[in-house]
Design a binder for this molecule. Sequence first.
Ligand code: Z5A
Length: 208
Amino acid sequence: MTFVVVEGPEGAGKSTLVRWLGTTLRAEGRAVLTVREPGGTPIAEAARKLALKSRHDRAFGAELFLFLAARADLVERVIRPALDNGQVVIADRFGLSTIAYQVAGRGLPRADVEAALRVATGGLTPDLTLILDIPVTVGRERQRSAGKAQDRIEREDDTFHTRVREAYRSASGPGIVHIDASQSKKAVQEAAWREVAAATGALSLRST
Ligand code: Z5A
């Protein structure tokens, strides 16, 4: 059982990479569950709507707890059972998103957010975190080209998103790997696969 998280600023290519890793690991015969945050259970999807789509203004603390409520439900009801069942779980965003957006972006106090995060995750941490790095303007342009409607956080200005990007760039620790996401999809996939194959014990370190 391995828990892999893909992180990074908007438009970095996280969803694209998560889909590709899922397909590639399944082709290796592995049982894989992919999830995206916030979401993945009825409660988490409801919290996602409130956090990203609601037209009501909210306190930054309220926003934090919407993301954490979504995560708590997803961890307990979906991620932990899948890991216990021997599946590889690949998540599109996890706790580092909360540090990047709610701490670096919104300015909430880090130690308090980390304590609340531990409650939400029950202490679950990823075995491998792939951080896709991309300049803010490039990520936003990718989203625009893909025709994505902006959510409440994506509508924040470039200063906010630059703080988010810098928080990701400065992240370090066990299992954290940074990947230059301004490369081609193929180059990003190859860099990610080297790490995932090693972490999951997938048989081949094949090229894409
Ligand atoms: N949020 C938070 O504040 N706190 C939290 O704790 C959590 C989340 C968990 C979720 O938004 C929002 O919630 C997010 C943070 C906040 N808001 N912001 N910003 P979401 O799930 O709707 O969206 P997102 O996470 O920001 O992802 P995204 O916009 O969908 O971007 P992406 O997944 O990284 O990129 P993509 O969809 O894979 O790719 C975008 C386009 O680029 C697409 O057309 C691809 O084909 C293309 N692409 C991908 N890779 C490449 C490369 N390498 N070259 C060229 N083109 C590429």
